[in-house]
Design a protein around this ligand. Structure first.
Ligand SMILES: [Zn+2]
Length: 576
């Protein structure tokens, strides 16, 4: 690759982090990362483009767009003079490069900020190029890729540069409304007005390794709070941990990751562009090979034990077995990445889906890390973000349910666990794309239900689904946790009970000792149902989903009393 990154006149350059003396050619071969310590050095926009797109595929637009000086601004030198210097130094008219290219053979609209031009600051030209990039993506129906590196808004253009934040956000909003995908790539550094506008609005946000990003910079914050900041503050890892970015990617892998994402988007656009209309079955048949002869039915307490068994496949294992090409996405974009929820982009029989599930662990260490599959509010906000992403991109959602319930803890209550679940239920009810849910283990309470509002609800033979854990029910209704087996029977939580109550559409057999085959049966059923649902016009889909949700519950024939076959805890004054 022919990189022209600005080395000083010399052939040798010290690594800013580890001080290793690096030869220009060696550095270029390593894409301007330090071969000794991995530190990522700055890249000029042209080098960045060469790194990301297919060779010779980039066609630049509006290269000559130039800034005016509406404020007649002068600091240490007049703004026009400052611009002239930056132009001479960079060979660029302003701080952004806009054009079309292909990545992995798929067309994209691309805009790349150049930090070497006045710190990548966003004035009228940069804002205009970002907006034009979004409009180009919209016109061509191709994904937008924006690569940011910026200190923020350009002060020399005053409030007009502040307004570029609103302009770029409005342009991205058009993409969202039209379902055109947008991938935002953050490269060191991204601050201020760029961070607080288009750079943070990606459907998927990637931070290049070593990137620092935030609204206010560390010096400003330290002056304000008069305390030293923690190590690693605002680094890519920090952003990932706090749920601000989906992925942290090394420069060497960036093109490959983008190619996968853009390929997924192309496949999604292909599937949503009018597949042949199939008729959804009014009442899906039971999965082939299933029967619910009484001798197969196990005791409810045994069923609970099986659903919770430590060796039962986790949702992560199911994802590996059922889907291909999984790209895990992270974070709620607010404050956290809740590891009790796993989700991302995947393929089922080659077709794109968004998959979301509860993540228990395979052992104690993993279980502790994942909070035993019990999400916090941040987990449900992550679910909602992924649901909305699926809706915008026009791909169906598959959920895999396996949780004892939402986490009952102090921080979860402070974060409004109730509202997080409630908003997820409401969003799922109106989601303008097909949703198929599979209970693969424990379906515990509202925390499970948040992922079980669907056009079709399936359950594996040894799964359970219940308003409360049998232990919780036993304590409330019997005053004795030891009565859990009795409570389990009363709750009718087994797969066959749920089938009889009309709660689930299909019960998926689990051949004993063969989790691979069990996963294969899940894949077969989900794939079949998604193919049926794909042909249903969205208004019909939503009407049917509403009828389905509206139909839950049993009333006595005269409509005055509940005929629910489950226990009636409200009569005991208990609420769950
Ligand atoms: Zn180094």
């Amino acid at each position: 690759m022919d990189l022209i990154n600005g080395l000083p006149d010399g052939v040798w350059q010290p690594c800013p982090r580890c001080a290793a003396l690096l030869h220009r050619d060696r550095l270029a071969r390593a894409l301007h990362t330090c071969p000794e310590c991995g530190h990522h050095l700055p890249l000029r926009a042209d080098d960045r483009i060469a790194l990301l797109v297919d060779p010779d595929s980039f066609v630049e637009h509006d290269a000559d767009l130039t800034a005016a000086d509406p404020l007649e601004f002068t600091d240490r030198m007049p703004y026009p003079q400052r611009l002239a210097r930056a132009r001479a130094r960079t060979g660029r008219a302003d701080g952004a490069v806009l054009g079309m290219a292909t990545i992995g053979g798929h067309r994209v609209a691309l805009v790349v900020l150049d930090f070497a031009f006045l710190g990548g600051s966003m004035g009228s030209v940069v804002g205009e190029k970002v907006a034009r990039a979004a409009e180009t993506a919209l016109d061509h129906g191709v994904p937008l890729v924006a690569v940011s590196a910026s200190g923020g808004a350009r002060m020399q253009e005053g409030v007009l540069s502040l307004l570029q934040m609103a302009k770029t956000a409005a342009a991205i909003r058009l993409l969202r409304d039209a379902g055109v995908p947008y991938v935002s790539v953050l490269t060191d550094p991204v601050y201020g007005g760029v961070a607080a506008s288009f750079a943070s609005l990606g459907d998927v946000i990637i931070a290049e390794e070593g990137t620092r990003a935030g609204f206010a910079g560390p010096r400003v914050i330290e002056q304000t709070i008069r305390q030293p900041l923690p190590a690693g503050f605002q680094t890519a890892r920090f952003l990932h941990e706090h749920g601000h970015v989906d992925l942290v990617v090394r420069r060497q892998e960036l093109r490959g990751v983008l190619a996968r994402l853009v390929g997924f988007c192309a496949a999604a656009a292909g599937t949503s562009a009018g597949s042949p209309v199939a008729t959804a079955a009014r009442r899906p048949s039971r999965a082939p090979g299933h029967d619910d002869r009484p001798e197969r039915a196990v005791d409810a307490w045994t069923a609970v034990g099986r659903a919770r068994a430590a060796d039962r496949p986790t949702v992560r294992q199911h994802i590996e077995r059922i889907f291909g090409d999984f790209v895990e996405l992270h974070g709620d974009r607010w404050e956290r990445d809740d590891s009790a929820i796993v989700g991302g982009l995947a393929r089922l029989d080659g077709s794109p889906v968004v998959v979301v599930g509860h993540a228990k662990g395979r052992d104690t260490r993993e279980n502790v890390a994942n909070n035993f599959g019990m999400p916090h509010p941040a987990g449900y906000r992550k679910v909602m973000r992924l649901f909305e992403l699926a809706q915008r991109w026009g791909v169906p959602v598959v959920t895999l349910v396996d949780t004892p319930g939402a986490y009952p803890g102090l921080a979860a209550e402070e974060g409004n666990q109730s509202a997080a679940i409630a908003e997820t239920l409401a969003l799922a009810a109106g989601l303008r794309t097909p949703v198929v849910a599979v209970i693969t283990g424990e379906g515990g309470s509202g925390g499970a239900l948040a992922l079980a509002v669907a056009d079709r609800l399936l359950i594996q033979e040894n799964g359970v689904f219940s308003v409360i854990s049998p232990e919780g029910c036993a304590v409330i209704l019997f005053g004795d946790a030891g009565q859990a087996p009795v409570a389990a029977r009363a709750l009718r939580l087994r797969a066959e009970d749920l089938g009889r109550l009309g709660v689930v559409d299909e019960i998926l057999p689990e051949p004993p000792g063969d989790p691979e085959r069990a996963a294969g049966l899940v894949a077969e059923a989900v794939g079949r149902l998604l193919r049926q649902l794909a042909g249903v016009p969205v208004e019909e889909l939503l009407a049917a989903r509403y009828r389905r949700l509206r139909g839950y519950g049993v009333l006595a024939p005269d409509g005055t009393a509940t005929g629910s076959p489950v226990a009636e805890p409200w009569k005991e004054g208990a609420h769950v």
